[in-house]
Design a protein around this ligand. Structure first.
Ligand code: ITT
Length: 199
């Protein structure tokens, strides 16, 4: 029987990427929605890692299965790391990303290119039914653009400019983004952990 893995996320953009990256694994991967779980988890950790573990543990406490969780965000150097672990909550959960993106660009208006550096960071946590915990991390470097560009991806992708690719993360195909992204890198490492633990 296929191993079942629950992914503790309610973010559809993330889940789409995660399912693509796991498509070559012989596991059944379910989002919270797929598993019929409705839960509001308070993310009060002080780091991406802490929050990822906290989310995975909250679901593992109610389901005796392998649970993964992603905590990720946009870290802007000139804003002392903001929005960071508050990326989803920045300006309020229900504020559109068009407004959030424009607000961040406005805050960097006076900054020249070398002071617009930013990083996407992702921590993936796994909690196993025996209580074991594993965490992996990935990051991707970029620069905050001066205008939004691109329709792919989600969240802050339209303002995350990648100089080597001469486009924003929202202008990459899903495949291209997964190959270089913070989430792609953290998940590749997590896949190695799972291959060891699940076989
Ligand atoms: P879950 O906790 O349910 O997984 P969430 O959206 O609340 O969903 P996080 O707390 O990890 O997740 O916040 C991540 C936020 O960081 C996300 O909502 C985006 O605003 C931003 N973000 C993370 N990865 C991103 C990416 O690949 N592209 C664009 N924005 C991203």
């Amino acid at each position: 029987m296929k191993n079942r893995i629950l992914f503790a996320t309610g973010n559809h953009g993330k889940m789409k990427e995660i399912k693509m990256i796991f498509s070559d694994m012989d596991v059944e991967l379910l989002s919270l929605e797929d598993a019929g779980i409705e839960i509001d988890i308070e993310e009060n950790g002080a780091s991406f890692e802490e929050n990822a573990i906290l989310k995975a543990k909250a679901i593992a406490a109610i389901r005796n299965e392998v649970v993964l969780a992603d905590d990720s965000g946009l870290v802007i150097d000139a804003l002392n790391g903001e929005p960071g672990i508050f990326s989803a909550r920045y300006m309020g959960e229900n504020t559109s990303y068009h407004i959030k993106n424009n607000n961040l660009m406005q805050r960097l208006d006076e900054k020249n290119e070398k002071d617009r550096t930013a990083h996407f960071v992702c921590a993936i946590a796994a909690v196993f039914p025996n209580g074991e915990v594993a965490v992996t991390r990935g990051s991707m470097d970029g620069v905050i653009a001066r205008e939004e560009a691109g329709e792919n991806g989600f969240g802050y992708d339209p303002i995350f400019y990648l100089p080597e690719y001469n486009c924003t993360a929202a202008q990459l195909s899903a495949d291209q983004k997964n190959r270089i992204s913070h989430r792609g890198k953290a998940l590749i490492e997590m896949k190695k952990v799972l291959v060891e633990k699940l076989i």
